[in-house]
Design a protein around this ligand. Structure first.
Ligand SMILES: [Zn+2]
Length: 540
């Protein structure tokens, strides 16, 4: 009788004939997660033809999950990075918004706020001697990240490094026990006492040698103007910090404004990459006996998308430069870790809307932030009489004062009348009752299901507004935070010897990053809602 499969004997024979054979595939030496803040999936189709660097390499040689989508409604940075970091959605990881109303403190807090820690500053002290922000940590992140699980289960323990201009991006990707988490607080590269008690010497040396904002006095186009799509000077571009609507944009100048301009330019992305290359060299990531973890959050796309919009020359220029920046990262990984010895995932936390005034002939529009607030207050006052009924309004989330909540609950039909009044405001498609969103499995309607995935009791609002398609709340040129394609569809690409290249249709989400990369390093994410994409894994 012939045995169909004799793996043990085959291994012994192979070992005898060809030297030592590993029964298990070699673990990658480095796991890299790259998040690009506010990157719509259609940017790759619209603008990718002009790219020649790392983004192009990912599209041509990576496993590209072309239908990837964020399935929840509150498409913002903190939830998006926490989702990529943990493989769960906000109803589990708890990072529901960038900021939410904390009833116990009676204040709106940042998702990474932690009064129990203080900033650890790298480089010279801020000119005014004060920190731009309070201490920040992963205290509010209620699920473990892939990096946490690698740290807990791999031997020897990996090094975990996470870098971004934004604290919420760096911290959400790193998790609770990283070795290095560094972000820019508006003036300085910082960490906090949650992660390190002293400045990290290599970061200190890097920022002293490379003062932020000193790379270039002016942001000019990378390529000839004629190679950019659309008009440079388009309606309702809303450039910040005294910039005009057309190139070039000055960076140089003294004080905070120059740094704000720098953060809002592609130069902060390039700087972040150089800081990552310093980490690679200094810490020899991926060159030790374990599997290390490196996360990078690039933010310029978000700043520039909000102010100039997704069709602008400025956004195209940020992407063209990011293509080169990611190319530089891949070249460094090839040289220092080795091709085939690292795995990388690239995704985004959310997309963004078009600028309504630029897409003529459709039903879009905008409602200034003050008008949204006034409309909500009017609806509450009409039902409850004068008073402070609105505790806070954060993005789509309406937080009621406890007396208002009780009064609405006590009066038959009162809450429904308030919801109807808010639903009648411009740009509002629906108003959901948070109490009906506690179980995503019970929410059959797609929008309610998406809202339930975003809902966390005590952090989400009492009422959640749903935008009408292509309608914005607030004063930015373009914004996100809706359940529509332009906010939910994002790129998702994997690169490395363990991935089969090619475009793959089918359901996918940034929540799949942690479980899929985890499978390659032998680490499970017990609460993951994302899936392991077996179909893109190559045989070892
Ligand atoms: Zn944004």
């Amino acid at each position: 009788m012939r045995s169909v499969c004799r793996p043990a004997l085959a291994l012994v024979l192979a070992g005898a004939l060809a030297g030592p054979v590993r029964a298990q595939p070699a673990r990658p030496r480095l796991v890299v997660v790259v998040m690009v803040d506010q990157m719509r999936a259609d940017y790759l189709e619209q603008y990718g033809a002009a790219w020649t660097g790392g983004l192009r390499r990912l599209m041509d040689h990576g496993a590209w999950l072309v239908d990837a989508r964020i399935p929840y409604i509150e498409t913002f940075t903190c939830p998006g990075h926490a989702t990529a970091g943990t493989g769960t959605y906000p109803h589990i990881h708890g990072m529901v918004l960038n900021r939410w109303y904390d009833a116990a403190r009676g204040a709106i807090i940042d998702c990474t706020d932690d009064p129990g820690v203080t900033p650890v500053v790298h480089g010279p002290a801020a000119p005014d001697g004060r920190h731009a922000r309070a201490g920040e940590s992963a205290r509010n992140l209620l699920a473990l990240t892939l990096a946490d699980q690698m740290k807990a289960h791999l031997t020897p323990a990996p090094r975990v490094v996470s870098l971004s201009v934004k604290a919420r991006a760096a911290i959400d990707l790193a998790g609770h026990k990283p070795d290095v988490v560094v972000w820019f607080d508006g003036q300085r590269w910082v960490s906090s006492t949650a992660f390190t008690l002293r400045p990290l010497p290599w970061v200190e040396a890097f920022v002293r040698a490379h003062p932020p904002g000193a790379e270039a006095p002016t942001w000019k186009r990378l390529r000839p103007a004629a190679t950019y799509l659309n008009a440079d000077d388009a309606p309702e571009e809303r450039p910040p910090f005294g910039w005009g609507r057309i190139f070039p944009h000055p960076i140089a100048g003294k004080g905070a404004t120059a740094l704000e301009r720098w953060v809002n330019s592609p130069f902060s992305d390039a700087y972040l990459l150089d800081l990552a290359l310093a980490a690679l060299s200094e810490l020899k990531l991926g060159q030790g006996p374990s599997t290390d973890f490196l996360a990078l959050g690039f933010s310029s796309t978000d700043y520039v998308g909000h102010t100039f919009g997704p069709r602008s020359h400025e956004l195209q220029d940020v992407l063209a430069r990011l293509d080169l920046t990611v190319g530089k990262l891949l070249a460094a990984l090839d040289a220092q870790v080795g091709p085939g010895r690292y795995v990388l995932a690239l995704a985004s936390d959310h997309g963004t809307s078009d600028v309504p005034e630029q897409t003529a002939g459709h039903d879009g529009g905008r409602v200034p932030a003050a008008d949204v607030r006034a409309g909500v207050v009017r609806a509450l006052t009409a039902e409850l009489g004068p008073g402070s009924h609105l505790a806070a309004l954060v993005e789509n989330d309406i937080y009621l004062s406890p007396p208002a909540r009780n009064a609405l609950a006590a009066k038959a039909g009162a809450l429904d009348r308030v919801r109807a009044a808010i639903r009648a405001l411009p740009g509002v498609a629906d108003v959901l009752d948070g109490r009906e969103l506690k179980n995503p499995a019970q929410a059959k309607d797609p929008v309610r299901h998406a809202a339930a995935l975003s809902y966390f009791p005590g952090r989400s609002g009492d009422l959640i507004m749903v935008h009408r398609r292509e309608w914005l709340f607030g004063d930015l040129a373009s914004n996100h935070g809706s359940p529509y394609d332009y906010d939910q569809r994002v790129p998702l690409l994997f690169l490395g010897a363990r991935f089969k290249p090619g475009r793959r249709p089918g359901p996918a989400s940034p929540a799949d990053i942690a479980p899929t990369l985890g499978a390659l390093v032998g680490v499970q994410l017990p609460r993951a809602e994302g899936q392991v994409h077996q179909e893109i894994l190559a045989a070892p």
